[in-house]
Design a protein around this ligand. Sequence first.
Ligand code: NAP
Length: 367
Amino acid sequence: MRTDGWPRPKAVCNREVSTLTDTSQTQPFTNQSILLAKRPTGLPDASTFRFETSAVPSVQDGEFLVRTLWLSVDPYMRGRMNDVKSYVPPFPVNEVIRGGGIGQVVASRHPDFEAGDLVTGELPWQRYVTSRGRGLRKLNPSLQPITAALGVVGMTGLTAYFGLFEVGRPRPGETVVVSGAAGAVGSVVGQLAKLAGCRVVGIAGSDEKIEYLTKELGFDAAINYKGTDLREAVRAACPNGVDVYFDNVGGDITDAVVFRMNDFGRIALCGQISAYNLARPDVGPRLLPLFVMRRLSAQGFIVSDFSSRFSEGLQRLARWHQAGQLKSRETVIEGFERLPDAFLGLFRGDNVGKLLVKVADPVHPAG
Ligand SMILES: NC(=O)c1ccc[n+]([C@@H]2O[C@H](COP(=O)([O-])OP(=O)(O)OC[C@H]3O[C@@H](n4cnc5c(N)ncnc54)[C@H](OP(=O)(O)O)[C@@H]3O)[C@@H](O)[C@H]2O)c1
């Protein structure tokens, strides 16, 4: 009889079942999920989410069971809570929310995955999930820390890499400004722009973040947008004007930067987090006459536009990261039940670097 606490597979097995003993799990048959309870208007709150418990699913032939270790909370997930046509479909109401994550295979009846393997990709906000492997890949064992796969050597890093180099197209000596600069994407953008030989100015929401940007990440200047005359601060920080603006935020911050753009300046529109919780869109036209006078161009992009080049991007990011040229900080919230509040923390500016939720520790295979 099995004594490892894992559910016995129901179906007859045509390959050996590999399992992993999990000594830290006190209720091995209980699963927990977080669903979208209703579509929020404005800023989501606790009533947007619903917790459910269920049995841990049994593993069928061709499947493996993943225990969730880490989940990424990302601003784009707010857009998926709205019922609007976008580049990703909305989360259905009363279904489990999904996002980037890292898990460990704890039981397998799949030929390509073994108990103990670490996997990454889209995971549900759920402690355990069965998979046939679609949308999940094994983690590169040389990547340290493994959470870099959700940040600097993952979608975050790729967004910064392609957004800056393919959309912003900075040249050595140019001035690059990035908003949301101390966050996951912004902190990578600034460092990449420094590697490209640019003068780099970051905009972020606290003095602690400003110090992080200038003292740890090597930004040339940084502006705390709270309680500042932003136009004056951008003018002072960018004496030669702005050539490339990497926009994560939008709103008043973007207005202040656009006023300082040089002729033929480029704006890489990555995100507009200041608008994600607006009940009504903030309609323009705003500064379009300046776009004409200065022949500016602004291009929105989604990281998946560059999916055919992801392996190139990941290789370069991993090399810089390994060499210590690309630093990354993580803000880690511990506990599955804290996922909704961690997500809301993105809109309070709680994080420096990538915001992650730690759900469980990996189990080390015996022997
Ligand atoms: N286009 C793409 O493919 C793509 C991919 C990934 C991410 N994105 C976008 O990139 C942006 C950054 O994403 P991320 O994952 O790196 O998040 P993040 O920057 O790590 O976290 C969000 C940060 O935004 C700032 N913020 C929140 N509300 C704000 C407001 N009203 N005004 C000004 N700043 C505000 C906060 O920092 P402060 O303390 O500085 O306010 C917060 O820490 C988001 O807009 C996201 O949607 C786009």
